[in-house]
Design a protein around this ligand. Structure first.
Ligand code: AHR
Length: 497
């Protein structure tokens, strides 16, 4: 199978916002307790944070982490998690039917984020709570001192404000499974009033309104336009969530195209409301939950009812999952003009690239590598490419065997091509015309593939699936030919002069 790409340095999509490489940690399963926090572990700091996890998060370079949920936030009382630990209540948590001891709360997460060199995207509870509790939380976190909630923070040992800039107005409020699920009208009004109060406390914050929890929701489109009718001038982003599971291979492999359609549809809805309101403000997209996730065993996992930090949603990823995952990451980059924030859901143990064993060290899932490569080298701006590649049919949309993106970083004079071949059995001969970039020299071709498409990593065999460097193709006057192996993730790096 053959494909070709053509690129010109002047034909750019725009700068990549680093927040596109964000992630997500929820009070769910072993993400917090037994994930980032484990005071019993010899690998932990004196405050109980796992140092091996911190090192990996820093290695990836995760710029923002959404917290504390997810579905969890819609029943969360943030006051439960601040102040002396021995006075914090233990609660029945009704999103995941677990027992929450509140040993980690907002202040501990702020401490963790500092160590992890990341910024927090804080979600507020608009399920069981409302504008006043969200406003109070902004005051607690961001107001210097001299008011009830800011002085409460100071009394808890945090003299300086946390300065949390990004805030989500609830989570998946369109979903019947959500604690405090709302209609678009109910949510739109509440989000608008909450946004006003939050921004009156701290006008520098940026707000994310809840969009649809999946592209397949029956209310999709109506939900976005109604919510934005109410909130357009108050919010900076609207959220998108998408999890892709293996139904048929073709549907799974077409995930990138389906995600692209979702993004374009939400952007069009934002712009429709913008033009209707004759607004000068642009609402951008926060794709604040995305991943591969086979959601089938959700009900079975509820058998862990009322346990503290049970093993929940600990999906072990395969080689083919990593390729589809990579294609979704490529799609986010190819929409960098509108997607300013994206959060891989999630970061540790729960549908995550990083896994933590109680007694052993942290290890990487297959999906860790595309995430690492993109975050480390997908910098600067995205160059739009012209692509000719074979297509395949799926139930939702046409898929393309080649998904690719090209980034160019003027600061370092380097370019990075990220590409997947979604064919299960055929290699792809890819011809790249990069003459429009200038003089190019390919300095690295890293490939992630495996002879068994169901191959996984685990604590016993953590390096079963791992990337390797192969001989980079030679560019002949800006033209180069490269072979993409079946079901492979590829990163080619270039020096450009
Ligand atoms: O990431 C797991 C869950 O998926 C989140 O809690 C929720 O927002 C989504 O449905």
């Amino acid at each position: 199978m053959n494909a070709s790409l053509y690129a010109d340095r002047h034909y750019t999509l725009g700068a990549i916002d680093r927040r596109i490489y964000g992630s997500f940690i929820e009070h769910l399963g072993r993400a917090v307790y037994g994930g980032i926090y484990d005071p019993a572990s010899l690998r932990s700091t004196s405050s109980g944070f796992r140092t091996d996890v911190l090192d990996l998060v820093k290695q990836i370079g995760v710029p923002v982490v959404r917290y504390p949920g997810g579905n969890f936030v819609s029943g969360y009382r943030w006051e439960d998690g601040v102040g002396p630990r021995d006075l914090r209540p233990t609660r029945l948590e009704q999103a995941w039917f677990c027992t929450e001891n509140n040993h980690v709360g907002i202040n501990e997460f702020v401490d963790w984020a500092k160590l992890a060199e990341t910024e927090i995207i804080m979600a507020v509870n608009l399920g069981t709570r409302g504008a006043e509790e969200a406003r109070a939380l902004v005051e607690y976190c961001n107001h210097p001192s001299g008011s009830y909630y800011s002085d409460l923070r100071v009394s808890h040992g945090y003299k300086n404000p946390h300065g949390i800039k990004y805030w989500c107005l609830g989570n998946e409020m369109d979903g019947p499974w959500q604690i405090g699920h709302k209609t678009a009208e109910e949510y739109g009004r509440l989000a608008c009033e909450t946004a006003k109060l939050m921004k009156w406390v701290d006008p520098s914050i940026e707000l994310v309104a809840c969009g649809s929890s999946t592209f397949d929701m029956p209310s999709f489109g109506y939900w976005e336009s109604t919510v934005l009718e109410h909130t357009y001038e108050q919010v900076d982003y609207i959220s998108l969530h998408m999890y892709r599971g293996l139904s048929t291979w073709n549907n799974f492999a077409a995930s990138a195209r389906w995600m692209d359609t979702f993004i374009k549809s939400v952007a069009a809805t934002c712009d429709h409301v913008k033009s209707r309101k004759k607004s000068r403000h642009t609402v951008n997209l926060s794709f604040d939950e995305w991943n591969v996730w086979y959601q089938g065993d959700w009900a079975q996992e509820l058998e862990t009812r009322w346990q503290t930090a049970p093993h929940l949603l600990e999906q072990i990823y395969t080689m083919e999952d990593a390729v589809v995952f990579g294609s979704m990451l490529i799609t986010l980059l190819n929409n960098a003009d509108r997607v300013k924030i994206a959060c891989l859901a999630q970061l540790v143990n729960v549908i995550a690239p990083i896994m933590v064993d109680e007694n052993g060290s942290a290890w990487f899932q297959t999906i860790f590598y595309p995430y690492l490569h993109a975050s480390q080298y997908g910098k600067g701006e995205v160059i739009k490419m012209i692509r000719h590649a074979p297509m395949f049919a799926s139930d939702q949309c046409e898929g393309c065997y080649l998904e690719s993106t090209l980034t160019y970083d003027e600061a370092t004079g380097t370019a990075t091509l990220l590409a997947v071949n979604l064919s299960q059995d055929e290699a792809m001969g890819l011809n790249c015309d990069l003459r429009g970039l200038g003089e190019v020299q390919c300095i690295e071709h890293t490939v992630l593939n495996h002879s068994d498409r169901k191959a996984q990593n685990g604590s016993a065999n953590p390096h079963n699936v791992q990337p390797r460097q192969i001989t980079p193709p030679v560019a002949d006057d800006g033209m180069l030919d490269v072979t993409l192996l079946p079901l492979s993730w590829n990163m080619l790096r270039f020096v450009v002069s």
